[in-house]
Design a protein around this ligand. Sequence first.
Ligand SMILES: [Zn+2]
Length: 350
Amino acid sequence: MLTNPISFLERSRFSPESLQNNQKFQLNNGTKVEICCAGIITFEPPFTSAASISAANISAVKTVLLSSGVHGNETAPIEICDKLVEDLLCEKIQSKHRVMFIFGNLPAMNIGERFIQENLNRLFNDSLSTDNQEQLRAQEIKREVKRFFNSDSVTPSSHAVSTRIHYDLHTAIRESKNEKFAVYPYLHGHEYNQQQLRFLSACAVNTILLSQSPTSTFSYYTSLNYFTHGFTVELGKVKPFGENNMQSFTHVIDMLTQLITQQEPVLPVLSECPMHIYDVKQVIDKRSTDFALHFADDLPNFTGFKKGTLLATDGDIEYRTLEDGEAVVFPNSNVALGQRALLTVVPCDL
Ligand SMILES: [Zn+2]
């Protein structure tokens, strides 16, 4: 059993050997808990087995995956999820849905870095590599996620009927003109889910980037393989543990709490959501060590440029904006060769 004051997250970070993999126990309120492994824990309300509830009720039970710390220094989402896990464990709140929490890169958290050897959020693909600790962790996460979704009472056959949700919670390296934003992974032609946009808006996440190609991110991985409504959600700027202004996360904390403790969260109507939607225009990968960005290091995300502006060079290759108002997101010239160094986006309608 887990008891305060040493939280599940603290034990996962500092004494993972004290956790027994696949340890199951039940809380007094009937919630079934499983410690899958260090940093991964699930909660299941009583009466979710097919035998004990009617078909109508089964479909009302959502399967929710909340991941944080896939980048170890992105602390605010880790603190938010840590609090939810502890509130669930001490029965301050009770989940009405199946919920899995994943604290992604535990060793990187302990040294306050994005990763140790490799960006974990580029490892969600079919690769079975286990050459370093991020690759090992990616395999472990993929295994646990598969087990979690495969034990759903209902297996969705498309995004349209899916009751599976995945928010992969991050904070961005740099300032952003639109402080909170979410990346909607490429849906391969499936329809965008309006209820999800309303939920994100209620979280004060009013900027959505529509990805137009497959990637190796965690949210694309669950969206593609398990029909989750999956999103990479950026909640603000990177700060060390304990230095986050939790006031700026009130909405997202409230909505995530509602999401798991209520049958349905209270959502604004779509017409009252001040959404800014962007299409991804260019995905620019770093091809050589000569790669250089041609704007200030502290330029905020979503800064727009005139058509034809030189954004980056990579040896002889020049990358320029293709239209007026094209804006930059996630610029990072320090990525490994072959990885994305910059995205550009343009405003669009849904
Ligand atoms: Zn991140």
